[in-house]
Design a protein around this ligand. Structure first.
Ligand code: NAD
Length: 476
């Protein structure tokens, strides 16, 4: 199944030298798929030296040439989708069809940034002096350290790699140890496309040890992290202490606002697909469903019946519509949050339990009557749980939707333009999607507000995050 589980440093596949590592476990069957070695400090030093050398070379390669190599990598990835998707599903658990969608999305991200790198324009500022020119020239920031998570192991790594490379940066990515195979498959595409050695380096290790070594290192000029709020705050503090630029894509607790003028059956179908995707382990997964009193009972019944009809199973089984949770930590988190909600008066409309003893399978769960004092109303669930909340007054509901420190995605379903505009203006979230699921595309800015982080991945904002402006005043 695996061609290699080696690290990629200076254009070569290498064995890490720490002598330590961890098993990679199949979340559907609990069997060991492979053993992954961890990087030592000496390995990280090699990656740093390679990335430093790679940056000096890559920044001089024209955006046109960079684009050609990146597009070739995208073509290779497109050809290898089926093969890498199987590894992704075996390691992470999501249905094979979702793994293929994730990899095709990764292809699109590479292609979009490849092209956008050719449009990294500066600007000319009218001068106060005859014959003078004022120019703003965008330059790549330098060597980047990227830290990507296990929920979308391919796309989350690709968003950092593609944007950095398009901007002319080199990058060291530390990808998720629990799901190493698909990032390796992606990096192999860049290698086979002819990316010069050192421009892209891939390592695995103990996350805290790798980040605490790389972030303060003088060679690193920027970090990009996707993960939880507490870890993001910790890494951002470290970056700030060493004056490093940072992009922080952190957790969310997305409100889904459903007004009384919608076709509830159609909205239940669409929002259920959004909720159960990747077993809810998505930072933009809708979690708090605010449903208008007039349609609440109908919507909850329709949404719950879809949840009951989900086929939970091994992602490699064609019948499966929701795979296992990616690791046992998520099972513990679901059990703890649901038990706490029940103790505080919450009711389970469906689900609520682990399925069987093998694999991390959990029932798609719908909760009702959950008070704000419950932990699940305050902590990101990051799993297959939806909380249904009844509202009558729009202003009160919007205040409640904004109550939490999170501010990543939000969703609104209504056909009333005034209501939609009011909600879009009021919601404290980096992304608002109205009447469809229109976020997380390569060409649109993806990012949060408040504790959900800052900076963007995607859109022109995603490219400029890897660039810095130099002003040149010129007199001919
Ligand atoms: P966690 O908080 O320990 O880790 C989250 C991610 O950060 C992992 O990829 C991990 O490898 C990485 N990480 C942890 N400590 C790090 C450090 N010191 N330096 C560098 N990287 C570090 O928790 P977990 O159990 O792996 O994941 C669960 C939580 O993480 C969820 O509740 C969710 O909030 C968050 N998460 C968010 C995303 C996202 O897309 N924003 C993705 C995965 C996980």
């Amino acid at each position: 199944m695996y061609e290699t589980l080696d690290h990629y440093i200076d254009g070569k596949w290498v064995k890490p030298t720490s002598g330590k590592g961890q098993d990679v476990i199949n979340p559907s069957k609990d069997n060991v798929l492979a053993h992954l070695g961890h990087a030592s400090k000496a390995d990280l030093d090699k990656a740093l030296a390679a990335a430093d050398k790679g940056f000096k070379e890559w920044r001089k390669v024209s955006p046109y040439e960079r684009c050609k190599i990146m597009r070739k990598a995208a073509d290779l990835l497109r050809q290898r989708v089926d093969q890498i998707a199987e590894v992704l599903t075996l390691e992470q658990g999501k249905p094979l069809s979702e793994s293929k969608v994730e990899l095709m999305a990764s292809v699109e991200v590479i292609e979009w940034f490849a092209e956008e790198g050719r449009r990294a324009y500066g600007r000319i500022i009218p001068s106060r002096t005859d014959g003078a020119r004022g120019m703003v020239i965008p330059e790549p920031v330098g060597v980047v350290a990227g830290f990507s998570p296990w929920n979308f192991p391919a796309t989350q790594a690709v968003r950092k790699i593609a944007a950095a490379l398009a901007a002319g940066c080199s990058i060291i990515v530390k990808c998720p140890e629990e799901t190493p195979g698909s990032p390796i498959g992606v990096v192999r595409c860049f290698h086979d496309a002819g990316l010069p050695p050192g421009v892209l380096n891939l390592v695995y290790g103990v996350p805290s040890e790798v980040s605490e070594y790389l972030i303060p290192h003088p060679i690193i000029k920027k970090i990009s992290f996707t993960g939880s709020v507490p870890v993001g705050k910790h890494l951002n503090a470290l970056a700030a202490a060493h004056m490093k630029r940072a992009t922080m894509e952190l957790g969310g607790h997305s409100p889904m606002l459903i007004f009384d003028d919608v076709d509830t059956a159609a909205v239940a179908k669409l929002t259920a697909a959004m909720k159960w995707r990747n077993a809810g382990q998505v930072c933009i997964s809708p979690t708090r469903f605010f449903v208008h009193d007039k349609v609440y009972d109908k919507f909850v019944s329709e949404f719950t019946s879809i949840a009951k009809g989900m086929k939970v199973g091994d992602g490699l089984d064609a019948e499966t519509t929701m795979g296992p949770l990616a690791n046992p930590r998520r099972i513990n988190a679901m059990q703890t949050l649901i038990q706490d909600a029940q103790e505080k008066g919450g009711k389970v409309a469906t689900g609520g339990k682990r399925i069987g003893n093998q694999g991390n399978f959990f029932e798609p769960t719908v909760l009702t009557d959950v008070p704000n004092s419950a932990r699940i109303m305050n902590e990101e669930p990051f799993g297959p749980v939806a909380v249904m909340l009844r509202f009558k007054d729009t202003d009160q509901m919007l205040t409640e939707a904004n109550r939490l420190p999170f501010g990543l995605a939000s969703y609104v379903f209504t056909h009333n333009a005034k209501t939609a505009t009011k909600a879009a203006d009021a919601l404290e979230a980096g992304m608002v999607s109205i009447n469809h699921h229109g976020i997380a595309l390569p060409e649109t800015p993806f990012g949060g507000m408040k504790d959900s982080g800052f900076g963007h991945e995607g859109g022109i904002e995603g490219l400029t995050a890897y660039m810095q402006s130099k002003f040149v005043a010129y007199m001919g």
